[in-house]
Design a protein around this ligand. Sequence first.
Ligand SMILES: C[S@@+](CC[C@H](N)C(=O)[O-])C[C@H]1O[C@@H](n2cnc3c(N)ncnc32)[C@H](O)[C@@H]1O
Length: 429
Amino acid sequence: MNISPARTAAFDVLLRIENEKSFSSALLPLYEETLSAADAALCHELTLGSLRRQIYLDKLITHFAGSKKLDSAVRVAIRLGLYQLLFLDKIPDHAAINESVLLVKRAKKVSAKGFVNAVLRRSTRDKPNFQYTDEIDRISQETSHPIWLLEKWRDDFGVDEAEMIANANNEIPRPTFRLTPFEEIDSEIRSNWSRSDFVDGCFAADRSSPDLRLLEENGAIYFQDEASQMAARAVEISDGGLFLDVCAAPGGKTGLIAKRFQGIMKLAVAGDLYRLRVEYLRDNCRRQAADFVNVVQYDAIEGLPFANDGFDAVFVDAPCSGTGTIRHHPEIRYFLEPGDFSELSLKQLAILKNASKLVKRGGSLVYSTCSLEREENESVALNFLASDPDFELVRPAVDERFVTGDGFARTWPHRDGIDGFFISAFRKK
Ligand SMILES: C[S@@+](CC[C@H](N)C(=O)[O-])C[C@H]1O[C@@H](n2cnc3c(N)ncnc32)[C@H](O)[C@@H]1O
């Protein structure tokens, strides 16, 4: 019996996420491009679905198999089987079980075949009712978020918000995108799209489809979350202005800003830390017909290779924990550790301070993250303001409903159905 290409690809992707801490968003396109449309869709569902339920699936594995340490290939094959048995209606039990058994054989773990078979068969008969030690333990099991992260959100936002955030993180986000040459898109395809209420030029479709993927391949649309587009649109560049995007790769926001101010600004520069990401940024600007952007490699913590007071608009979309994007990247919750937020906030402040030196008098500085955490957001912005009296806080150029009482902007997965972003804007006096 052959293993289906969709399950083989999902298994390989999940094993790489488990062993290498790779991101599903980077791996899935590589594997899916070799699959038929139907197999690609199943691979996507199996991979992200297993990740979204991983803590619960592991709890079941411990219940059925005890807490002995399992080889990662064996664990991933069981998670994949359990996910299909418990969460997908259209897959027959025997297919889910047999293919997980074959996947461990393919991974050369032949001795584990009987074990995988027994665990998965048992799960079809034995439906455990787990007890919870407390409210956070219940939310952790129900939403597959680590206890420490839920406790942090409880302490920061309250237990109800923490639960709503965790539930929203397991929702499948609608595909959102922006257009390049709108007139060339078939009106029948367009008729299924809705316009964003809050972000100009942003559209959403009900679900992903081969039509949409083809449009993306042809460069007619660019997939980008509504909140990410909102952050890019908070950057304003005046006539003849010089613009720098400090943390630019992979270049979704650079492309939006560059196309929006093409012919208005005089110079666009975008840079990043890592060589491979810089190369990707350059290619991505080309794909978005924004190859006039000058792409540079540097370490923005060490210092930026530009003269002080040289730019009219500087954008810092800082490296962050990404806790606002768990809907799109479910594995982030397992990669993070409690010390990460304070470590990131030091880096973010250092980058923001270095970037601020490049802003001309009267120029603007926008700082954003896709994190929900105060340490990476309000704390960084307020520390920066306290450290530099030359800058004042200004209202970010976003829809009024996202502006907070303290003059920043926030979006939330559970309140707004979009990724969680923080946006702040400053003016150099
Ligand atoms: C949130 S991502 C930027 C996303 C990008 N603005 C977009 O919309 O596609 C943060 C970026 O900062 C880069 N980065 C991290 N540390 C850096 C540093 N010290 N100097 C410059 N860039 C850095 C990362 O490589 C990453 O590409």
